[in-house]
Design a protein around this ligand. Structure first.
Ligand code: XIL
Length: 575
């Protein structure tokens, strides 16, 4: 324990956390709570039983030495490797139980500003991180305090700090892990200026958000907002192949089970994401050598296992199979494509249809929102071909990732009319479109102009989806800036989401609720009048078309969208 550090009782310490939301928790850590960490204060002057590890890989070599300095445990790295996990500081053999809440507290600092991670995870193979958080630390020791729901029985849990990726010194102190009672929150009240949460007009558009496991397990406020404002969730990571099938044939459904159960309990739809993707794939797959037949069998086994366990309304069956770099080839070069050939897409959809005839099957990708964009046009052509050949596909997920550049430039903003036109051509094919991963990242620093662009973006893209009869779902890729995939993926960007890092709603959220307030619950416009929706799109509107449709196209549309044509919307068939 560092001599100058505050020794506050647990209740006060909780409110020193950077996560103000956690202060809302009635902390119930009782005086008797046992600290599972032995030697978390380093008062004895020794590091033991804490251990350090450093990567020995020639690509990203690291080294470390541990010492207790001024009552804190400090790790000195003359090389930090490339990744946070290239240097770790850990404690083995903690006994954690499933479905109990644990409170993790510590203080951390570094010789310069840097980002580290802390986590709990299996100590044995298959190695799994089951609660992992990224935190910024600086020269001033900062207290951290997280309570999370542990989902796994694990008598040999490892608690770890991942501190690599650059040389330097990182110090930790006052580390404790204690079991605490379940948190309780006040009932949710929507902050919407309209008095109605986003989810209140499901006949117009249903709202979804990606939910990542760590925030889901550690922030009741996050979960409360998601349940209060959204109609659907998509797992941000838990269904990805590296996490759900970490070893060939060995599935870990724990995290997804918890999310699905929670979604059911709260009346939320669940989007399966993704079944076949080249990213976040397990090492046994990417590092293995498989014949075409073996690869098909692996793909089928994965689809069967997930679709067999979870009966969901929507699945992203194939994700991101086309890229700009390989437009001439038509498909992205991935281990799926390279081993099986382009028919991996046909096979995936056919298998998915066989596994669950009731699920709607989607192809999902980014930069495919706008007609005229070369990748969007290539994907349309591919999907049209799938449809023409009778491959079972029900819709296309338009991810919807956009940006404002650091200098405020708008090159990363969409042409809304081109999106309307794109949605229309999918409607003409008889396909649904969903906005599946929307966000608008802002180049740092944030300013009022950039925020205004973001606000208008969310409002206008929602209106485009509302106006398109084949667009029933608008999903954002994460609720708030505190839990964003953006800063670690695009280093000059942040602030992408509808809630800020204190879980306060942004203007974009309010504008979206205003769009929704233009409609009655049955999907008709309030007052029967104009909704402000653009009608000059040639549109994805089934109001009388300006140009007559061909008889065949009209029949197709009637067949697909049938009874819903008279109303604005589409919900009846979408759920
Ligand atoms: C992202 C997750 O949000 C991150 O946490 C993870 O590190 C990388 O993947 N397109 C997709 C999503 O289809 O699955 C990706 O999710 C974002 C881009």
């Amino acid at each position: 324990m560092i001599a100058t550090s505050l020794k506050l009782p647990p209740k006060k310490l909780a409110c020193l956390t950077s996560l103000a939301a956690l202060c809302l928790w009635p902390l119930s850590a009782s005086a008797q709570a046992t600290n599972l960490v032995t030697n978390g204060t380093f008062d004895s002057g020794v590091a033991d039983p804490w251990w350090g590890a450093a990567s020995t890989s020639t690509d990203n070599p690291a080294d470390k030495s541990l010492a207790v300095t001024d009552g804190r445990l400090c790790v000195t790295m003359t090389a930090g490797g490339k990744n946070p996990w290239d240097v770790s500081l850990g404690l083995s053999g903690l006994a954690l139980e499933a479905n109990k809440y644990y409170r993790i507290q510590f203080s951390a600092s570094a010789d310069v500003d840097r980002t580290i991670k802390f986590k709990t995870g299996f100590g044995d193979k298959p190695y799994t991180d089951y609660f992992i958080k990224t935190i910024p630390i600086s020269t001033t020791p900062k207290d951290f305090d997280f309570t999370y729901l542990n989902l796994r029985n694990d008598p040999m849990t490892q608690f770890q700090f991942q501190i690599g990726s650059m040389a330097g010194v990182v110090c930790v102190d006052n580390i404790s892990i204690t079991e605490v009672a379940a948190p309780v929150l006040q009932p949710y009240v929507t902050p919407s200026v309209t008095g109605q949460p986003l989810k209140s007009r499901p006949n117009v558009v249903k709202f979804g958000t990606a939910v990542d496991t760590p925030i889901f397990l550690s922030s009741p406020l996050h979960d409360q907002i998601v349940a209060g404002e959204f109609n659907m969730i998509t797992p941000a990571n838990s269904m990805k192949m590296n996490l759900i099938q970490p070893t060939q044939g060995v599935f870990d459904f724990t995290d997804t089970d918890a999310l699905v159960t929670w979604a059911n309990q709260n009346g939320l739809e669940f989007r399966g994401h993704p079944l076949v993707w080249h990213t976040q794939a397990p090492g046994w797959l990417t590092g293995g050598t498989f014949t075409k037949d073996q690869m098909v069998a692996i793909m089928y086994a994965h689809i069967d296992a997930l679709m067999g366990r979870y009966k969901l309304p929507y699945w992203d069956v194939v994700n991101e199979a086309v890229d700009e770099a390989n437009l001439a080839q038509g498909y992205r070069s991935t281990f799926w494509y390279n081993t099986i050939g382009p028919e991996f897409i046909d096979l995936a959809f056919q298998r998915a249809r066989m596994d669950d005839p009731n699920a709607k099957l989607f192809y999902n990708d980014y930069n495919i929102e706008q007609l005229g964009n070369p990748k969007a046009d290539r994907v349309f052509q591919m999907v049209q071909d799938l449809k023409n050949r009778g491959i079972p596909i029900d819709g296309v997920g338009l991810q919807g990732h956009y940006f404002v550049t650091p200098d405020g430039g708008t090159s990363g903003l969409p042409d809304m009319q081109a999106i309307r036109d794109n949605m229309k051509r999918y409607a003409d094919l008889g396909l649904e479109v969903h906005i599946t991963e929307c966000d608008l990242r802002i180049g740092k620093p944030l300013d009022d102009n950039k925020l205004a662009l973001q606000t208008a973006f969310y409002r206008d893209l929602l209106q485009v989806c509302v106006d398109a009869p084949n667009c029933s779902h608008f999903t954002v890729w994460g609720l708030s800036d505190i839990d964003s995939w953006v800063p670690s993926t695009f280093k000059d960007y942040d602030y992408a989401h509808l809630w800020d890092s204190n879980f306060m709603p942004k203007p974009g959220y309010q504008e979206m609720t205003k769009v929704m307030a233009k409609y009655n619950a049955d999907g008709t416009p309030v007052g029967g009048g104009s909704t402000g929706a653009s009608t000059d799109s040639g549109g994805c509107s089934f109001q009388p078309a300006k140009a007559p449709r061909s008889a065949a196209a009209s029949l197709l549309l009637l067949g697909v969208f049938g009874a819903g044509l008279a109303r604005r919307r589409k919900r009846a068939r979408a759920s």
